[in-house]
Design a protein around this ligand. Sequence first.
Ligand code: SF4
Ligand code: SF4
Length: 360
Amino acid sequence: MVSEKTKPSKKSLEVYLIKKENLLTLVSKLADEFEIIAPVRTNGSVRFEKITDINQIELGYIGHTKLPLKKFFEPPKEVLFTYTIKNDSVEIKDNLEQIAKEKRVILGAHACDIHSLEIMDKVFLGEYHDPYYAARRNNTIIIGEICNDTAEYCFCYYTKSGPNAQSGFDLLLTDVNDAYFVEVGSEKGKDLISRFSDLFEKAEVKYIDLKDEKVQKLIKKMREKGLPEMDKVYQDMVNAFSKEIWEELSKICLACGKCNYTCPTCYCFDINDEIDPERTSGSRVRTWSSCHFLVFTRVTSGEVFRKDRSSRVKQRIYHKLVYSVNEIGEISCVGCGRCIDVCPAEIDLREIVKKIKGGA
Ligand code: SF4
Ligand code: SF4
């Protein structure tokens, strides 16, 4: 059965068509006022990068980019503010105003990555409001793209994150040969269409069907993988907390953290002060962290709460499939497959869940 999240929608969408050469014209015009971030092929892999030449853009890439979009919203290392101590007072400066001015367009985000931002929103704009993340989200336009094919590691169908995107984008493109079928997902998207209306034309109904067919083909291909639906394994995971599998995985896991760094929804960070030798000024710096690192749970007294590697291997998987459901109401795996692709120990979240479902 096709789930609601993956079912292509014919309902009330505003739909247009843009010729491929017109899309390049649109991007060139947008580059006058926005920073353009798009997929670029470098050293054999596709990465989201700031574009200086529109001919660098590689739409239609298959699978995932090297790093996900989170680096543009929660950078790997960021100075949150600097401070200067003067007599009895402290002067604090941040660059929130500057961040708010930097208008950006992200082009070519796939459904899994679009949904990952919706998950990150629940974390950074939910109970705790992060002004740096909020400023970057506010001034970024997302132009997504439906995948042309699935890659070896993709399993977004099983996490209800794709292959179709039904929200989280401003515009959504589907390659229909010499043009892109365009769906409008927000007021920002509507505004782009009306400002550059000479580049778009109204799409005929047949293009909705073409998109539906494309998505259905992707679903059919992914269903051949025969994986469990990841949003339905909560209780199996809860029951598996004391199973042997975590000990077994800890013998091969290198605790390198690559899985966390490349995951679009792993958001954990560390905060440090970098202080000048005079101890009169410094910077408060936020850097990505990883629940696989021994220091991740080390507190000031020196105590480490997850000393055993098995507890750290377990933490990542439980956060994705159990704790995230408790905290934000949904799993936080979007099935991009990056963690599987990069793991030097070939640890595969899909295989772990399959084993647990099978009673491991
Ligand atoms: S990438 Fe693999 S080896 Fe490295 S921490 Fe993650 S699971 Fe362990
Ligand atoms: S856990 Fe792995 S497959 Fe799931 S979103 Fe993170 S990197 Fe992608």
